[in-house]
Write a protein that binds this ligand. Structure first.
Ligand SMILES: Nc1ncnc2c1ncn2[C@@H]1O[C@H](COP(=O)(O)OP(=O)(O)O)[C@@H](O)[C@H]1O
Length: 292
C-alpha cells in the first residue's frame, strides 16, 4: 500500500539494488498523487535499502539536460554521452520510435506530438522503463537524460528512485529557438541532425547578439533529409508555450536542490561545446572528473 513520506537518501549494497527501470515503473504505477507537493510513494521505497543510490564515485554520471525545444539538448547531450561513455536517453526519440512503429500507441502518439502537446506521464514512464531495462540487460550504467523530466510529477518520480547528480539547463533566446526548429533537418537513414538556418541576431539594449552558422548535412545524407512533423511554426510555438508552463517549474525543482547549472549558449557548436566542457569542469585530457 502507498504511504506518504519523504524519501531518505541512503546508499545501497549491491545485493539490495533493484533495477532503475523496474523502480521507475513500479513507483509510477503504485503512486497516486494528490498534488504537486505530496508524493505518495509505495512502501517498498520506504525501506532502508533504496534502489540505485550509490555514491557518485562508485558509478557513472547521472545527468539531466533541460531546455526549450530547439535549444540543442539532443546535440550536446549526445556529444557528452560519447565523451563520457554513458548512454544518452532522449524521451523524444523513444516517443518517435514508438509512433513510427506499428504498435498500439502509434496513432495516439502521432496525434499528441503533432499538436505539440505532452504525452501522458504514464506512457512516458513506460517507454523510459523499457529503454532502461534494455540498457541494464546490456550492462549500461549511468545516463544523460534528455527531455525527461518535463513535469514536476516526472521529476518527483525520478528523484524517488535515484540520485540525479547534475541538471544542465541550456538557454537561448526565443527568436533563435524558433529559427532552429524550423531549420532542423534529420537524415532518415543515419538519424543525424543538421540545420539549414543561419541565425544572426544583433545585440540590443544590453542583450548580447548571437550568431549560429548553419550545420550542413554531409553529401551522403542530403537525399535523405526530412523535417520533423512537429517542427512547423504553429506547433513549435505551442511546444514553447507548454515548455514554459509545464517544464520551467522543473528548473526551479532542481535549482532549489542545488543541482541546476545554467548555461547560456554563446553561439553555435564551435563556440558552445568548449565553453560547455569548461562549465562542466571537463577537458579532453581529464574525462574522469566528470563523475565527481
Ligand atoms: N518527458 C516527456 N513527457 C511528455 N511528453 C514527452 C516527453 N518527452 C518527449 N515527449 C513528447 O515527445 C515530443 C518530442 O520531444 P523532443 O524530441 O524532446 O522535442 P522538443 O524538446 O524539441 O520539443 C514532445 O513534444 C512530447 O510530445
Amino acid at each position: 500500500m502507498a504511504v506518504l513520506l519523504r524519501i531518505p537518501k541512503t546508499s545501497t549494497t549491491s545485493s539490495s539494488i533493484k533495477s532503475l527501470s523496474s523502480c521507475i515503473s513500479r513507483s509510477f504505477s503504485s503512486t497516486a498523487l494528490n498534488s504537486e507537493t505530496d508524493l505518495k510513494v509505495p512502501s517498498f521505497l520506504s525501506h532502508n535499502s533504496l534502489p540505485l543510490r550509490q555514491e557518485p564515485k562508485d558509478r557513472n554520471v547521472q545527468w539531466v539536460f533541460l531546455g526549450c525545444p530547439g535549444v540543442g539538448k539532443g546535440t550536446y547531450a549526445s556529444r557528452l554521452s560519447n565523451f563520457l561513455g554513458v548512454p544518452h536517453i532522449a524521451t523524444g526519440d523513444l516517443v518517435r520510435e514508438e509512433l513510427n512503429s506499428s504498435g498500439p500507441l502509434a496513432s495516439q502518439l502521432k496525434e499528441i506530438v503533432n499538436r505539440g502537446k505532452l504525452v501522458s506521464d504514464e506512457i512516458i514512464i513506460s517507454l523510459l522503463s523499457k529503454r532502461l531495462e534494455a540498457g541494464e540487460s546490456k550492462g549500461e550504467s549511468g545516463f544523460i537524460l534528455d527531455g525527461f523530466p518535463r513535469t514536476i510529477r516526472q521529476a518527483e518520480i525520478l528523484e524517488g528512485v535515484t540520485d540525479v547528480d547534475l541538471v544542465v539547463n541550456l538557454k537561448l533566446q526565443e527568436e533563435a529557438l524558433l529559427a532552429k526548429c524550423l531549420g532542423r533537418r534529420i537524415c532518415s537513414q543515419c538519424g543525424g541532425n543538421y540545420n539549414v538556418a543561419c541565425i544572426d541576431i544583433k545585440g540590443e539594449n544590453g542583450k548580447p547578439g548571437i550568431y549560429m552558422a548553419p550545420l550542413p548535412a554531409p553529401a551522403q545524407c542530403v537525399p535523405n533529409l526530412i523535417q520533423r512533423a512537429d517542427d512547423t511554426e504553429e506547433v513549435v510555438k505551442e511546444r514553447l508555450r507548454i515548455y514554459n508552463e509545464m517544464s520551467q517549474p522543473v528548473e526551479e525543482f532542481y535549482r532549489s536542490r542545488g543541482k541546476l547549472l545554467e548555461f547560456d549558449l554563446p553561439g553555435g557548436i564551435p563556440e558552445s561545446w568548449p565553453k560547455l566542457l569548461e562549465a562542466l569542469n571537463l577537458d579532453h585530457e581529464d574525462k574522469c572528473s566528470a563523475a565527481a
